[in-house]
Design a protein around this ligand. Structure first.
Ligand code: Z5A
Length: 211
């Protein structure tokens, strides 16, 4: 079996950058890697991603949003993650079930007990070996996200989550830190405000511990 490592944090925390670097670092050491993301990773997941993230003419309520993230995950686990782990690959996943607790639980205020049950169902009992949480102030993350989207035509620039207010993102940061404090054997909290190279070194240190 391979290893399953999830990358989590608020908007603009640098997960995607670090997954790219970590995948290259592992590949250089001969480790077979699948870098993937939620929602996404399968044709169905990508369709759901489009429905959930792009600003559209119709609204999506919190309950429907939760179920769509769960549907995307169930397909992702069955079609991509389990086969990769069975083939001995290390799966680096940009967000997984902790994101659902953080965003739909702490962020939207949906029932955490129900989300945990749904998470277990949609993850087909697959659980990460390690979760790297990139923690940083909300202002820093949002400023990075804004900088990245600057120059893109305004109607396409911000997704539904980027449009939420600062308090929403603050609840998510606190939620992630609470989840990390509750499962210290799985979470590694990394200072996401540091520079890219410093963070990468820390990520590699944690990955090396899994060899
Ligand atoms: N969501 C949910 O609600 N429930 C769920 O169950 C799941 C997801 C699975 C997915 O959006 C959204 O779905 C997400 C939660 C929700 N929305 N939010 N918020 P996404 O996949 O499009 O985006 P994201 O996951 O939020 O990530 P992101 O905004 O793309 O950012 P990131 O991956 O954390 O960071 P990045 O792309 O690596 O970096 C952002 C920018 O900062 C970029 O210009 C980098 O060059 C720069 N950067 C990166 N690192 C640094 C450092 N260290 N210093 C300075 N600048 C940096």
């Amino acid at each position: 079996m391979g290893r399953f490592i999830t990358f989590e944090g608020i908007e603009g925390c640098g997960k995607t950058t670090q997954i790219r670097l970590a995948a290259a670092w592992l590949a250089k050491r001969g480790v077979p890697v699948l870098a993937t993301a939620e929602p996404g990773g399968t044709p169905l997941g990508l369709k759901i991603r489009d429905l959930l993230l792009n600003r559209s003419a119709f609204s999506v309520g919190a309950e429907a949003e939760l179920l769509l993230f769960a549907a995307a995950r169930a397909q992702h686990v069955r079609q991509a993650i389990i086969p990769a782990l069975r083939a001995g690959q290390w799966v680096l996943c940009d967000r997984f079930h902790d994101a659902t607790l953080a965003y739909q639980g702490y962020g939207r205020g949906l029932d955490a007990g129900f989300i945990r049950t749904l998470n277990g169902f949609s993850a087909l009992s697959v659980s990460p070996d390690m979760t790297l949480l990139f923690d940083l102030p909300v202002e820093t993350g949002l400023a990075r996200a804004e900088k990245r989207t600057a120059g893109i035509r305004p109607e396409a620039a911000e997704d539904r989550f980027e449009q939420e207010d600062r308090a929403f993102h603050g609840r998510i940061r606190e939620g992630y830190l609470t989840l990390a404090a509750g499962a210290p054997e799985r979470f590694r909290v990394i200072d996401g405000a540091a520079d890219v190279e410093t963070i990468h070194r820390e990520v590699c240190r944690h990955l090396a511990a899994l060899f």
